[in-house]
Ligand binder design. Sequence first.
Ligand code: ZN
Length: 244
Amino acid sequence: MKYAILGDIHANLTALEAVLEHARKARVERLVSVGDVVGYGAAPSATLSLLHEHSVVVVQGNHDAACAQQIDVQVFNPSARAAIEWTRTQLSRSELDWLAKLPLTLHLPHCCVAHATFAHPESFEYMHSTKSADASLDALDCAVCFVGHTHVPVTMLRPREDSTRTAYSLETELDLEDSVRALVNVGSVGQPRDEDPRAAIAFYDSDAGRIWIERVEYEISREASRIRQAGLPQALADRLFLGV
Ligand code: ZN
């Protein structure tokens, strides 16, 4: 089966439209989101509608949980907090309920999905090192798990030639033959932070055992002006152009 996995969308409608079109052309059969579908961006309701329209399966991210009042907004930095509080005013009761009921992890036929870590998905920790990936790699009961959260593509893996070791890879193409377990951070659709402002989209061909990440151009200025018009912090618009 051919999957497309969408990292942190953050209510960036123009970026989401661009990656969905890219996935359609690539004849993807199943669309998956690793969560943080809202927060930061200025089109939360339209983003949720588009996800429903395309039958995207979604796990809950920390911004989704905060919008649904399941996480204290005080743990977020000021601009993230402002966006979360604004997003709450833009969503209907049923949209907020939908965010509240999202699962923290998903087991799909050929992979698992979580927002931050697979081992402790509810604590939304950051996997910045191979050491911090160990608990999730130990807990995995499938060959590959897709995650997001940091907005930076990187893969943590147990190499087949030495499965006691945890390694990382910045390669954007991965052959599952080479690892016994892999945690693939797919980067971000709506707010990339790896200094490449283009939207990230990951593909997974489960028959071929191959995963790869592509980048898609979109009209950033359109989304930036939507953020400014909504009265959200200017920095949230500016960072989109830089990919930070
Ligand atoms: Zn995020």
